[in-house]
Design a protein around this ligand. Structure first.
Ligand code: ASP
Ligand code: MG
Length: 457
């Protein structure tokens, strides 16, 4: 049993969808297919609801969505009956979305719960297209919405997590019955439902995570994540053109890379697969014969070297100074509580006797300053900020198991004459990250890549 996930870029038009059809059709193993929305659809929904709209605009938007999907359908399904059934399903879904959009515009209110519900429609439409295409190719595909299947979430709207136990209890028997009927479920990625029955999404690009959750629930052997790139790379090829594909990663390495900027997988994808030791393969739809990147518990050379360098831009550092910062209890708690209440995520933290430094996204800088302002009255007596920060993360099992690797990283950085801001090492055995000024990011990245991958600059 396996789970195959296809992203929006593989569903952007009829010709890319047919590549998906070829991959699924060529694979005899019982499988669940998980899909994202057609490329650009989630973005267009998010943009549409970001401002109040008139009734005509809602109608026009729905028509546009209908036309986009029906035009793709025209290129992927020839059988009249299949096509007609898919059109009926699309129109039913769009009628529901239309009602929700009117609701938002009449109430002039968009709650986080409603935001998640509207966003889920991209996938509710794309499963209909994908299933119709597969049916045309002779696969007995059935479109399934993950909330109806019983994918249960916990946590907050907009960034939910799956309840793996409940989800398994709900999903496993249903998928078993579908397999017995020789059906191939085509399941919506990106969302599930709360225990109260409301839709909750896993954050942007969350379909990778959905696929991993479903793989966990059915005890799949393999989770294949199909992309339009070969897999994880040693570095962003836009920065270093000699970047190479990484053949093999451990779960930890893949998780660190996903969290720190390598936009290959949704950051939490590894967790559900790791729990069941499910092998994850990241493969390229355009070159399916290539192995891609294999993520698995074993087969990783320990004590090797670093495997990849990932980068994040648009960060900022908030520094809270005060004589008591380091030794007074509860300072970190107070700061992180305030930031968390304001929805600000802390990427990294470093503390000394006189200062607590936190790495956050630049777009939250004003919020962070505001919520931390009156901390000054207590142990903290001033807040300073540094703008335009970038983060570099070097990842590899080698870091934790072989001496001298961090020294090589920082020697390469210092030879470039670049100064390092915050450093974090030791929290993870497989990753070390540090900050530099944004303007120095690219040359620092090239210097480290050249040190470890021997490519002349
Ligand atoms: N459609 C959603 C998004 O664009 C989820 C996904 O693509 O995985 O974020
Ligand atoms: Mg997407």
């Amino acid at each position: 049993m396996k789970v195959l996930k296809f992203g929006g870029s593989s569903l952007k038009d009829a010709s890319s969808m047919l590549l998906v059809g070829k991959i699924v059709g060529a694979d005899p193993e019982p499988k669940v297919v998980v899909v994202s929305a057609v490329q650009g659809i989630t973005d267009s929904i998010v943009t549409f609801v970001s401002e109040p709209k008139k009734d005509e605009e809602v109608q026009h938007f729905i028509e546009k969505l209908r036309d986009t999907h029906i035009s793709i359908l025209g290129g992927i399904s020839k059988d009249m009956e299949t096509k007609q059934q898919a059109i009926t399903r699309l129109i039913e879904r769009l009628a529901k979305l239309e009602k929700v959009l009117y609701g938002i515009s009449y109430l002039e209110e968009l709650t986080p719960r409603t935001m998640d519900l509207v966003q889920s429609f991209g996938e509710r439409l794309s499963v209909i297209l994908t299933a119709a295409m597969l049916q045309d190719l002779g696969v007995n595909a059935v479109p399934v919405d993950a909330d109806e299947l019983g994918l249960i979430t916990e946590g907050t709207y907009g960034n939910a997590t799956a309840d793996l136990k409940e989800t398994k209890r709900n999903i496993q028997p249903k998928i078993r019955v579908m397999f017995e009927r020789q059906e191939t479920p085509v399941v919506t990625g990106f969302f599930g439902k709360t225990p109260q029955g409301h839709v909750a999404v896993f954050g942007r690009n969350g379909s990778d995570y959905s696929a991993s959750v479903i793989a966990n629930a059915i005890d799949a052997r393999v989770l294949e994540i199909w992309k339009d790139v070969d897999g994880f790379m040693s570095v962003d090829p836009k920065i270093v053109k000699e970047a190479v594909t990484i053949e093999n990663l451990s779960y930890d390495e893949a998780a660190e890379l996903s969290y720190f900027g390598a936009k290959v997988l949704h950051p939490r994808t590894v967790e559900p697969a790791r729990e069941k030791s499910i092998v994850i393969k990241v493969k390229n739809v355009f070159e399916p014969e290539k192995e891609g990147t294999v993520i698995e518990p074993s087969g990783v050379e320990m004590g090797g070297t670093i495997k990849s360098i990932s980068c994040m831009k648009n960060l900022a550092i908030v520094k809270a100074y005060g004589a008591g910062a380091g030794y007074k209890t509860g300072v970190m708690y107070e700061i992180s509580q305030r930031l968390s209440d304001a929805g600000v995520n802390i990427y990294s933290a470093a503390t000394s006797q006189t200062c607590v430094a936190l790495l956050i996204e630049k777009k939250y800088l004003a919020t962070a300053k505001k919520v931390l302002a009156d901390l000054k009255k207590g142990v903290i007596d001033r807040i300073e900020t540094v703008d335009d920060i970038a983060l570099l993360c070097v990842v590899g099992e080698g870091l934790g198991y072989r001496k001298g690797i961090a020294a090589r990283v920082f020697t390469a950085v210092s030879k470039e004459g670049v100064s390092v801001g915050m450093i974090s090492a030791g929290a993870s055995m497989v990753a070390c990250h540090f900050t530099v000024d944004s303007k120095d990011l690219e040359r620092t990245t090239r210097a480290i890549h050249s040190e470890f991958f021997g490519v002349k600059q």
